[in-house]
Design a protein around this ligand. Structure first.
Ligand code: NAI
Ligand SMILES: O=C(O)C1=N[C@H](C(=O)O)C[C@H](O)C1
Length: 250
């Protein structure tokens, strides 16, 4: 059986360098390109890449995906910075290339995907909920893509259950003290040397609290999800948002 021809974009980065090793070690894959900033995207087409694993930066991801989709190269995307406007632009490109698949995964680790699912399940049963994400201090974006997605899923679950605004009597606050507001859910970002990627969802009701916590302790936690995404994305045209859809947790 022929091997899946995979390229990694952002190959010298923290997660990209780990992805290069994971693809090289996968028996059913061949690493055909490993691109860093400034490398020509044309080499993806020349190498015959079938799937591009996109692990760069929010300022690079759109140009890279534009190229991939135009050349019919499927993409597995971990890079953050997704807005409604960016998703709409990507969807428009995919309409012009209907056989191409793109998976955007706010988080590739199984535990983080399950944290989001558990938070979504619990959200209708608690009056209060806040998200705390904790990351290494080299991270360029806040809140994390995972935290933003978690908050959106919680907000949607609360709305569907008919829950209103959360109780909060704060009348005066130092700017930032109450975190960012993502669809009515407060998200707090901690940046601390020694950490990698962690998240707590704090839920509170009358006389009880529930905390759902996940810790990624090494970039290896993201590799099974990336490899699964690369194997599955070629058979799923269009945009898939969230690894849960490839884990049948959708
Ligand atoms: N979805 C997930 O599970 C995960 C997502 N991430 C996300 O992945 C992204 C990268 O994270 P890190 O590796 O920590 O950052 P990093 O800064 O260590 O790596 C990014 C790399 O991409 C390179 N790069 C920038 N533009 C490029 C371009 N046009 N072509 C090729 N390479 C380019 C940079 O030079 C750098 O080496 C971030 O958005 C981060 O939030 C990180 C870990 C897990
Ligand atoms: O930058 C990181 O490190 C991570 N980024 C992703 C995010 O923003 O959610 C995934 C994970 O948290 C690690």
């Amino acid at each position: 059986m022929s091997k899946l021809r995979v390229a990694v974009l952002g190959a010298k980065g923290r997660i990209g360098s780990e992805a290069v090793k994971a693809v090289e070690a996968a028996e059913d894959m061949e690493l055909v390109a490993a691109l860093g900033r400034g490398d020509s995207l044309e080499s993806l087409a020349e190498a015959g890449a079938q799937v591009a694993v996109e692990l760069t930066t929010p300022d690079s991801v759109m140009d890279n995906l534009d190229f991939c989709v135009r050349h019919g190269i499927h993409a597995v995307v971990g890079t953050t910075g997704w807005t409604e406007e960016r998703l709409a632009r990507l969807t428009g490109w995919l309409e012009q290339s209907p056989e191409t698949g793109v998976l955007i995964a706010p988080n590739f680790s199984l535990g983080a995907v399950l944290t989001m699912k558990f938070a979504q399940l619990a959200a209708p049963y608690f009056e209060s909920v806040e998200v705390v994400e904790l990351h290494h201090p080299n991270k360029v974006d806040a809140p994390s893509g995972t935290a933003a997605r978690t908050a959106q899923l919680i907000a949607a679950a609360r709305a569907q259950a008919g829950l209103g605004a959360q109780p909060d009597a704060t009348a005066t606050a130092l700017e930032g003290a109450r975190g960012a507001d993502v669809d009515g859910v407060r998200v707090h970002s901690v940046r601390l040397r020694g950490l990698l990627a962690h998240q707590e969802v704090l839920l509170g009701g009358e006389g009880e609290t529930l905390t759902v916590r996940h810790d990624s302790l090494h970039h290896s936690s993201f590799m099974p999800g990336i490899l699964l995404g690369a194997r599955r994305v070629t058979a799923v045209p269009g945009l898939t948002f969230g690894l849960e859809h490839f884990l049948d947790l959708g």
